[in-house]
Design a protein around this ligand. Structure first.
Ligand code: G3P
Ligand code: MG
Length: 238
């Protein structure tokens, strides 16, 4: 297999991000895995949403952490993208694990500092699901590691000085460093290689950036359009 292609928030170029529709689209488009952002509701249930607030991607208002699950589930997380997706709910992590766990690898990006325990408890109920847990929050990653020595972890960074993130990834026994695409160059790739870490940048779209990442020798990448990424990375000559 070539580069591992993660559908960023699902196939979010053609379906509303972080919805089941976007995850089914990713499956259809031949992605190897899906990335989804996890936060907790006020009653502590792990759900899939990127922003701290509901305003951009649903018809709800305010901070997600103030909403109870039963009220959140009435919201429409699809219409903002296109009327064809009206009525798409904010998914539960549990639904994603159950629907996609055995079919695609799942990259659960934990946005919420309190999410370690509830997410781990849930993931353990789906032993067939192939997951990697990722975060910008290193404290959270350390908690995950303390709870589970074998859990696949990835460290995210958007810092121009990426070496501390690399050192943290090593200490945690993470499988990869996932940097913002603009940080990736020969120095970063070589430093990861020396430490046995994979490099998986986000978010990579467009022929030029996709080819540049392949040239640098990254191991995988996050794309909003996995079908286009596949066309460029699998069927083109470098
Ligand atoms: O996991 C990669 C990427 O999703 C990190 O940034 O803001 O899109 O969650 P963001
Ligand atoms: Mg994310």
């Amino acid at each position: 297999m070539g580069l591992f292609i993660w559908a960023h928030r699902g196939a979010s170029a053609r379906a509303p991000e972080n919805t089941l529709a976007a995850f089914f689209a990713a499956l259809e488009d031949g992605a190897d895995g899906i990335e989804l952002d996890i936060q907790l509701t006020r009653d502590g249930v792990p759900v899939v949403l990127h922003d701290v607030t509901l305003d951009r991607t649903t018809d709800g208002r305010g901070r997600l952490c103030r909403w109870l699950l039963r009220d959140l589930r009435r919201l429409d997380a699809g219409s903002w993208f296109d009327n064809r997706f009206a009525g798409e709910p904010v998914p539960l992590l549990e639904e994603v694990l159950s629907l996609f766990g055995g079919r695609l690898r799942l990259n659960l990006e934990l946005k919420d500092g309190a999410a370690a325990r509830p997410v781990l408890d849930l993931v353990r109920r789906f032993p067939r699901a192939e997951v990697v847990l990722s975060s910008f929050n290193r404290r959270l990653l350390r908690q995950l590691r303390q709870h589970d020595a074998g859990l696949p972890l990835a460290v995210l960074t958007d810092q121009r000085f990426w070496r501390p993130a690399l050192a943290a990834a090593r200490r945690l026994g993470a499988e990869s460093l996932n940097p913002r695409v603009s940080l990736v160059g020969p120095a970063l790739v070589a430093a990861c290689r020396r430490r046995g870490l994979a490099v998986v940048p986000w978010t990579v779209d467009g022929d030029g950036p996709l080819r540049r990442m392949r040239r640098f020798g990254v191991d995988g990448l996050f794309s909003n359009d996995p079908a286009a990424a596949r066309r460029v990375l699998r069927y083109d000559q470098p």
